[in-house]
Design a protein around this ligand. Structure first.
Ligand SMILES: Cc1cc2nc3c(=O)[nH]c(=O)nc-3n(C[C@H](O)[C@H](O)[C@H](O)COP(=O)(O)OP(=O)(O)OC[C@H]3O[C@@H](n4cnc5c(N)ncnc54)[C@H](O)[C@@H]3O)c2cc1C
Length: 348
């Protein structure tokens, strides 16, 4: 979709890192986000209308192809993120945006995790309004250097990547603001890649920081937590503590512009002791998100694996009534329980 839009001077803002393999229907069903989430949010912000096949085979439409619509309940919103449990999405009407005139990429490497956390918060707090605000931790940078034969600084506090965009004249002063924040938060190296190749290489660090555990280990436990922006630093420190406590391989990549962190674990499932430590670490990572006022599922959904964690979160937040309503909604949409049964903890 994005490639097609670009031919006409537009782009489609949600850009999950899996964009090359992800479908539009699956991305709506998961309420996918992505690199540009700091500015443009998630799929929910870009879907106007849906064609849906209901469980009994009825083909129907939710929403209208207009920017505002209060005609009835927001069933488009209900479908987005419903993980295929309520109906099959067969067509979607999406919003698009004109391409920005110019993009400047600034990357800061930090020796202390706390400094990186503060820099991330300040980029959001101090009116930069970044297009992209991403993070890769030290383990992720080391993995990217190894896999791609790069030579980027393997700084203890990781790397913060910011894209700012706008008209040619205005974008420079915004970029300077980011550099100033990075300096004030003690960045040990600040880079401003200028060629498309340099820009891609440095983005590859962030991408590989996500996939490294799966590339380097036979087993992989996906991490997908989100915390309030003011708690990003606490979350990064907490993840590091869990890594040390259980002595497991964790890389952290994150769409930190919207508070989303992916602490992914690489593990050998045939090593029983290692697997048990990895499972305990994964559980604690999710509890950390709940403790910091966040959520155990940011953009990868609940599926079947996170059922217990979802119930824990609902319990901790006094939301069991909401969970019961979810079950009733599922029964109305899918009385025979044929659409992704068991997904999203929707059992009865
Ligand atoms: C390497 C990697 C990077 C990723 N990066 C991101 C990222 O940056 N941001 C992000 O949000 N996610 C990311 N993901 C997660 C995932 O790829 C996205 O959520 C993706 O958008 C899902 O789309 P899909 O077509 O692959 O869906 P699938 O995985 O095929 O399906 C997801 C769910 O939706 C249901 N579904 C599929 N199609 C429909 C339909 N037409 N109607 C109703 N239900 C349907 C399926 O039954 C399933 O329950 C990543 C995954 C990987 C492997």
């Amino acid at each position: 979709v994005d490639n097609e839009c670009r031919k006409y001077g537009f782009f489609f803002p949600p850009d999950p890192a899996s964009a090359r393999i992800a479908t539009v229907g699956g991305s709506i069903a998961e309420n996918a986000g992505g690199m540009r989430g700091a500015r443009y949010g998630v799929m929910r912000d870009w879907v106007l209308k849906l064609e849906v096949v209901l469980a009994d085979g009825t083909l129907t439409y939710f929403g209208e192809a207009v920017y505002k619509n209060t005609a009835g309940y927001d069933l488009v919103g209900l479908m987005i993120g419903s993980e295929g449990t309520l109906g099959i999405i067969t067509r979607a009407w999406l919003k698009i945006m004109p391409l920005p005139e110019r993009i400047v990429r600034i990357v800061g490497f930090f020796d202390r995790i706390e400094d990186a956390g503060r820099a991330i918060f300040r980029v959001r707090r101090e009116g930069v309004n970044p297009l992209i605000l991403e993070y890769a931790d030290r383990e992720g940078i080391i993995a990217a250097n190894r896999i791609k034969k790069f030579n980027y600084p393997e700084a203890n506090g990781g790397m913060v990547l910011v894209d700012v965009d706008g008209p040619k004249v205005g974008v420079e002063s915004i970029a300077e603001k980011v550099v100033k924040i990075f300096r004030e938060e003690n960045a040990s190296t600040i880079l401003r890649p200028s060629t498309p190749e340099e820009m891609e290489n440095i983005m590859d660090i962030r991408r590989i920081a996500f996939t490294a555990p799966a590339r380097l280990y036979p087993g992989f436990i996906d991490g997908d937590i989100v915390v309030p922006l003011s708690k990003i630093g606490d979350a990064l420190v907490g993840i590091d503590e869990i890594r040390r406590k259980y002595n497991v391989f964790i890389t952290v990549a994150g769409h930190v512009g919207d508070g989303n962190l992916h602490p992914n674990i690489g593990v050998n499932p045939n090593n029983r002791d290692e697997w048990e430590r990895a499972e305990k670490a994964a559980y604690e990572l999710n509890m950390l998100a709940i403790r910091l006022g966040g959520s155990i599922a940011a953009e990868h959904g609940i599926g079947r694996l996170k059922e217990g964690l979802l119930l824990k979160q609902f319990e901790a937040r006094n939301q069991l009534a909401a969970y019961n309503l979810m079950k009733e909604i599922k029964k109305i949409f899918d009385p025979k329980n044929i659409l992704n049964p068991g997904v999203c903890a929707l059992r009865w």
